[in-house]
Design a protein around this ligand. Structure first.
Ligand code: DLL
Length: 436
């Protein structure tokens, strides 16, 4: 495949030049934030740091962190870097607890965000000859508008479907020959399942690529979606606080996502001590937005756990890569004293031949954690003999024990009995939080 980039000179810039550019932007951004965002100025003053102390990216560690609770304290306008009259849009996080985070955008911010998403679409082989079906939600969620902006910038014919109404999604996909699908991986899996039921084999589906993100998904799930839809599936990462999708995107190598380093400066820290860790270490991802105007977050702790790597990439892009974040530090459940991530459970399910249709239920009874996993059987595995089901449950529980170190109670449930997600999947019901 001929290598294509949306902004070649930036995407393939020598690393030393990227670092130089980041240093220049950082110095300017820190000064701007100190002068215009009293909330952050107070944090810097408390830490005894002045803008003059930041001479380049090597001084980044001197700045204070921002956390989600700062965003809540400063809600709604406390972190604005531009007058409200210069802002043209807001988006908000999908969080369901506490106050939502509200992020602001100037037109400049929207433009750079569109560029980031356009880079992702071109990396997935998109061009003006493609029909790009955007099935992320439109609205306060950033997925729909973000990919929509990128798609139009590339010149694709853009189908702003939003999420849901699967029957209509499929009808438009077929009638208008959509070649690129953008949605959450769980919704892509659902669309695939629906198409299969309707008798569509991969060769009859016009799609060639998918750009899936907004939630953790495993390599096994990727291969499953690729096979059902007959496409190449690319990961995309982002968060509302630093624009939305497109902070990082995958190229054809499919070995992690290139971070758009001309706009976002990434660090990995120890989530407990805040210490900056060397490249290649696993830890919490922290982002500094280098040139966003309206919501210019410095050293924002994402709570996403991942690894960065500057290993050379065959695609020619020089941007550092982040591994798939396999859960946020706050997704991690501690069950009977053991750390458990939903992604580990998903990996076992897919290895054992199940689909990623499951729900984890954690509760506390008589001071002991209970740990149940409801798992859907595939139609071909479906058996209604009690002994057959019990044997399958036992085998799966054994595989889980090997991966997790603790034994869940597995409940196999009939095909299609777990509600499908059209956006981000809800995998965990932790009832302990209700009691605590
Ligand atoms: O999910 C933005 C987005 C939209 C990304 C569409 C990709 C595609 P939020 O709702 O603010 O924004 O949620 C951000 O979702 O901190 C991660 O925990 C998780 N996340 C996002 N992308 C990925 C991914 C959007 N590719 C939070 N893999 C982030 C794993 C992801 N987790």
């Amino acid at each position: 495949m001929e290598k294509r980039y949306f902004q070649k000179e930036i995407e393939t810039m020598p690393v030393e030049e990227i670092k130089k550019l980041q240093s220049e932007k950082l110095v300017k951004q820190v000064k701007h934030v100190y002068e215009n965002v009293p909330y952050y100025r107070n944090l810097m003053d408390e830490k005894g740091v002045k803008p003059e102390d930041i001479k380049g990216i090597e001084d980044l560690h001197k700045l204070p962190f921002l956390t989600k609770s700062d965003l809540r304290d400063a809600y709604p306008y406390g972190l604005l870097g531009k007058p409200l009259s210069d802002c043209v849009r807001i988006h908000s996080t999908s969080g369901t607890t506490g106050k939502r985070v509200v992020a602001f955008y100037t037109q400049h911010d929207i433009d750079l965000w569109d560029d980031c998403c356009a880079r992702a679409i071109v990396a997935a082989d998109g061009s003006k000859d493609d029909v790009c079906q955007v099935a992320y939600g439109y609205g306060l969620f950033t997925g729909g508008f973000g990919l929509n902006g990128g798609s139009q910038k590339v010149g694709c014919l853009t189908l702003p479907m939003s999420s849901g109404n699967t029957e209509r999604q499929v009808q438009f996909m077929m009638d208008l020959n959509a070649t690129i699908l953008c949605c959450t991986p769980s919704y892509a899996a659902y669309i695939g399942e629906y198409l299969k039921e309707q008798g569509y084999t991969p060769d009859r589906i016009p799609l060639k690529a998918g750009i899936f993100g907004a939630e953790p998904w495993t390599e096994e799930m990727r291969r499953g979606i690729e096979a059902t839809l007959g496409i190449k599936a690319y990961d995309i990462y982002g968060l509302t606080e630093s624009t939305g999708p497109g902070v990082a995107f995958e190229c054809e190598e499919q070995t992690g996502m290139h971070i758009n380093e001309d706009h976002f400066l990434a660090e990995i820290i120890d989530p407990d001590t805040g210490e900056v860790l060397p490249e290649g270490s696993k830890g919490e991802l922290v982002f500094t937005s280098l040139d966003k105007e309206a919501f210019p977050l410095l050293r924002y702790r994402t709570r996403d756990i991942c690894v960065l790597s500057r290993k050379e990439c065959s695609c020619g892009r020089t941007f550092i890569k982040m591994a798939k974040p396999m859960g946020r530090s706050d997704d991690m459940m501690i069950i009977r004293g053991v750390n458990v991530f939903p992604s580990q459970i998903e990996t076992v399910l897919l290895k054992e031949g199940y689909q990623p249709n499951y729900q984890i239920v954690v509760d506390r009874k008589n001071n002991n954690d209970t740990f149940d996993i409801n798992v859907e059987m595939n139609p071909e595995q479906f058996t209604d003999t009690v002994s057959g089901v019990t044997a399958m449950e036992k085998a799966l529980a054994g595989a889980m024990k090997t991966m997790l170190g603790i034994n869940p109670a597995i409940h196999l449930v009939p095909p299609k009995s777990i509600t499908r997600s059209e956006g981000k999947a809800v995998r965990v019901i932790d009832k302990r939080k209700l009691h605590d």
